[in-house]
Design a protein around this ligand. Structure first.
Ligand code: GDP
Length: 244
């Protein structure tokens, strides 16, 4: 495919006679930009934690136009559902097909035993579907519905992780990149945030939960870039805090 494209382009523009692999990065770039990207983000946490607010402000769209709000009684009896919202976003000519996978009902019931099960089942199904598509004959237009990342909202009022948080993260950490967030962190003082973050970090270690780690930057990057990388990492250090 790439070589064909190179030839076609060089025929169309006679001054560019060069046919070689040096043009590959441009072509890969062009192709990916043209095709666009798929990104699937899962959000999980009790209702009222600010999930839809964060998603809407991250992507500057209203992804939750037709959301139905449940009253307290409906919420308690609700089972965990998986709802997908999809939008096509374009920024400077780059297309993104964004899918938000919402998990309403998670953590809302009185008995939250195994309430992560529908969520892990969903993630597994997406892996299986992708594997089937990749093994099939028509691989050209596969849609990647695998969950790339999961934002997990931890309530700000507790003193650390609750059993349901530990269970959820342990059930998912091998399948998806988990980014734990302290919800509505603007309700806490900077000191309280620090304490809660430290506590959560300790517990994440203690329970052997693997959360998303930012990749190491290449050792041959220049010193300025490395410094920037270190600074960025020091801000986030595993647990983020959100505020409106
Ligand atoms: P969801 O049920 O998790 O999707 O929560 P929503 O996004 O609907 O937010 C529930 C309520 O919390 C709304 O009244 C929001 O205005 C409010 N809210 C959302 N994010 C924040 C935040 O970061 N800080 C504070 N203080 N309130 C927030």
């Amino acid at each position: 495919g790439y070589i064909q494209l190179t030839l076609r382009r060089s025929l169309a523009t006679p001054e560019k006679q060069y046919v070689g692999f040096a043009t590959l990065p441009n072509q890969v770039h062009r192709k990916s930009v043209k095709k666009g990207f798929d990104f699937t983000l899962m959000v999980a946490g009790e209702s009222g934690m600010g999930k839809s607010t964060l998603v809407n402000s991250l992507f500057l769209t209203d992804l939750y136009k037709d959301r139905k709000l449940l009253n307290a009684e409906e919420r308690i009896n609700q089972t965990v559902e998986i709802i997908k919202h999809t939008v096509d976003i374009e920024e400077k000519g780059v297309k993104l097909k964004l899918t938000i996978v919402d998990t309403p009902g998670f953590g809302d019931a009185v008995n939250n035993n195994e309430c992560w099960k529908p969520i892990t089942d969903y993630i597994d199904q997406q892996f299986e579907q992708y594997f089937r598509d990749e093994s099939g004959l028509n691989r050209k237009n596969i849609q990647d519905n695998r969950v790339h990342c999961c934002l997990y909202f931890i309530p700000p009022f507790g003193h650390g992780l609750r059993p349901v948080d530990v269970e959820f993260m342990k059930a998912l950490h091998e399948k998806v990149n988990i980014i734990p967030l302290i919800a509505k962190a603007d309700c806490l003082t900077p000191n309280e945030i620090k304490k809660l973050k430290d506590r959560i970090r300790e517990e994440i270690d203690k329970f052997g939960i693997k959360v998303y780690q930012f990749p190491e930057c290449d050792s041959d990057e220049d010193e300025e870039f490395k410094q920037l990388d270190r600074e960025l990492k020091s801000y986030v250090t595993m647990v983020f805090a959100t505020s409106k």
